[in-house]
Design a protein around this ligand. Structure first.
Ligand SMILES: Cc1cc2nc3c(=O)[nH]c(=O)nc-3n(C[C@H](O)[C@H](O)[C@H](O)COP(=O)(O)OP(=O)(O)OC[C@H]3O[C@@H](n4cnc5c(N)ncnc54)[C@H](O)[C@@H]3O)c2cc1C
Length: 417
C-alpha cells in the first residue's frame, strides 16, 4: 500500500476543512485534504452570518466568493402568524464588525472554497474516505479508501477533523455524546420563487424566518438566481399530520402558513424535498494527542440562527493557529485556548436556541416597544458576534434575556392597569 507523508491531514472539504487547510498552508506546512464526496455536492446550511467573513478573509477566500455573485445578505427578518415583524439589520449591530455576508447554494460555495484552496497549493483528494486512523503519540497513520475500492495510507504530524456530519474521529474513538436538545426534523427544497419581488413578500437580501406555531418555524433563504431555499423545522410529530410524498407534505405545510402560502403556491420545486433529522450532537472533547475537531464535528445545536457555518469557520480558524503553534514546538493548552473558547460561542447561541423554542425570544422580537440599544445587542448575536464579552447579551446571555422578558411583562402590566 502506498504511503504519503504530510504535515497536516484535513478530513473533509467543507467550510471548516478548507479554512483550516488554507491558514495552515499559508504558514508553510504541507497540507492535504481528503474528501469523501465528489464536489460539487449538496449540503444544507445556506444562510451565512457576518462573523464568518473574518475566517473567510484570513483564509484568502473573499475574492473567490465575491467573483461568484452570491446573494448578499444584510439582515434577518422574523415574522409571526399575526404578521408582526422584527427586522434585524446587521448595520445596526452593537459589536463592531462585518455588516453583510451571503446566502449561498452550498454545493457551489463549498466547491468555490475547495478550488481556491487547491489553487493555493493544498492537495484536495475527492472520493477518498477516511476508514482507519492509528495514532502514535501525536503522529498518525490514516487509511483512506478511494471510490474504486483501492486503499492508501497518509502519515501526518497532525489531523484536523472537519468531517461535519461524518464525525470521523468522534465515531472512531468513542467521543460522541448525545445532545440534550430534543430531536427535530427538517423538510426542505429549493423553490423557483417567481413572486418574490412583485408581491413584495421580502427583500431578497435577508433570510426570512417565519414563526409558524409553537415549536415550528420556516426558513426562506433567497439566492441570487431567483431560487429560494425553503424548509420547515419542527419536532417530528408535526409532520405526521401531512401525508403523501415529501413534495405533497411540504406543499401542504406551506399552504398551512399565511406568511408563505400565496408566495409559493404552485411554484416549481427544484428537487424532491429532503428530510434531515436529529442533527444535534456533541463530543466529550474537541481535541486529543495529534488531532483537533472543527466545525460541525464539535457540537451542532440547531439551524434556527444560521450559526453552523460561522461556528465551523471560526473554530477552524482558531484551530489552525493552534496547530501552527504546536508544529512550531510551542506548548498549546487545547482545553483553555480551544475548547473553552469554542464553547463560549456555542453556549451563547444555546441560550437563544432554547429561548426561541420555549417562546421567550418571540416575546422580545414581537413586542411593540423595542429599545434600539437592546435590539443592537441581540442583532450582534444574530450576526455571529458571540465572543464579544462587552455585549451583556453574550456575556450573561441567559440573565439578559430573562431580565428583558421581565421588563416587557412589567410594562404590559403597567399599560393594561
Ligand atoms: C436543517 C439544517 C439547516 C441548516 N441551516 C444552516 C444555515 O442556514 N446556515 C448555517 O450556517 N448552517 C446551517 N446548518 C448547519 C450546516 O449544515 C453545518 O454547520 C455546516 O455545513 C458545517 O460545516 P463543516 O465544514 O463543519 O461540515 P460539512 O459542510 O458537513 O463538510 C464536511 C465534509 O466532510 C466530508 N466527510 C465526511 N466523512 C468523511 C470521511 N470519512 N472521509 C472524508 N471526508 C468525509 C463530507 O463529505 C463533507 O463534505 C444547517 C443544518 C441543518 C441540519
Amino acid at each position: 500500500m502506498s504511503v504519503e507523508q504530510v504535515d497536516v491531514l484535513v478530513i473533509g472539504a467543507g467550510p471548516s476543512g478548507t479554512v483550516a487547510a488554507s491558514i495552515i498552508n499559508k504558514a508553510g506546512y504541507k497540507v492535504k485534504i481528503v474528501e469523501k464526496m465528489q464536489f460539487p455536492r449538496f449540503v444544507i446550511g445556506e444562510s451565512l452570518l457576518p462573523k464568518c467573513m473574518e475566517p473567510l478573509e484570513e483564509a484568502g477566500f473573499l475574492p473567490y466568493i465575491q467573483a461568484k455573485g452570491f446573494q448578499e445578505k444584510f439582515g434577518a427578518k422574523f415574522v409571526n402568524a399575526d404578521k408582526q415583524i422584527m427586522d434585524f439589520n446587521f448595520s445596526d449591530q452593537f459589536t463592531k464588525g462585518w455588516t453583510h455576508t451571503w446566502q449561498v447554494k452550498r454545493a457551489d460555495f463549498d466547491h468555490t472554497l475547495a478550488m481556491a484552496v487547491e489553487e493555493m497549493g493544498v492537495a484536495v483528494e475527492y472520493q477518498t474516505t477516511v476508514t482507519k486512523i492509528v495514532f502514535e503519540g501525536t503522529d498518525s497513520l490514516t487509511t483512506v479508501t478511494k471510490a474504486d475500492g483501492s486503499e492508501k495510507q497518509i502519515k501526518a504530524r497532525f489531523i484536523v477533523d472537519g468531517s461535519g456530519y461524518g464525525r470521523v474521529i468522534p465515531k472512531m474513538f468513542g467521543l460522541e455524546r448525545e445532545s440534550n436538545l430534543p430531536p427535530r426534523k427538517a423538510l426542505f427544497t429549493h423553490i423557483r420563487d417567481v413572486r418574490r419581488l412583485d408581491m413584495n413578500y421580502t427583500e431578497p437580501n435577508r433570510i426570512l424566518i417565519v414563526d409558524h406555531s409553537p415549536g415550528v418555524w420556516v426558513w426562506c433563504i433567497p439566492f441570487s438566481d431567483g431560487i429560494t431555499s425553503c424548509g420547515f423545522v419542527a419536532e417530528p410529530s408535526f409532520f405526521d399530520s401531512f401525508t403523501g410524498t415529501p413534495e405533497e407534505q411540504l406543499r401542504a405545510a406551506i399552504a398551512s402558513d399565511p406568511n408563505i402560502a400565496e408566495r409559493f403556491e404552485g411554484c416549481e420545486f427544484m428537487f424532491e424535498p429532503r428530510i434531515l433529522q436529529s442533527w444535534s450532537s456533541t463530543c466529550d472533547s474537541f481535541y486529543g494527542d495529534g488531532f483537533v475537531l472543527t466545525g460541525n464535528v464539535t457540537e451542532f445545536l440547531d439551524p434556527i440562527f444560521s450559526s453552523g457555518v460561522t461556528l465551523a469557520t471560526v473554530s477552524a480558524q482558531r484551530a489552525a493557529h493552534l496547530v501552527i503553534r504546536q508544529l512550531q514546538g510551542e506548548k498549546v493548552d487545547w482545553q483553555k485556548e480551544y475548547m473553552d473558547e469554542c464553547m463560549i460561542g456555542v453556549n451563547a447561541f444555546r441560550t437563544y436556541v432554547m429561548a426561541w423554542y420555549d417562546g421567550r425570544l418571540q416575546k422580545i422580537f414581537f413586542n411593540e416597544q423595542r429599545p434600539h440599544d437592546i435590539v443592537a445587542k441581540i442583532c450582534s448575536v444574530l450576526a455571529g458576534y458571540v465572543w464579544d464579552q462587552n455585549n451583556p447579551f453574550v456575556k450573561d446571555s441567559e440573565a439578559s434575556v430573562n431580565r428583558l422578558i421581565r421588563l416587557i411583562e412589567l410594562n404590559k402590566q403597567i399599560t393594561s392597569a
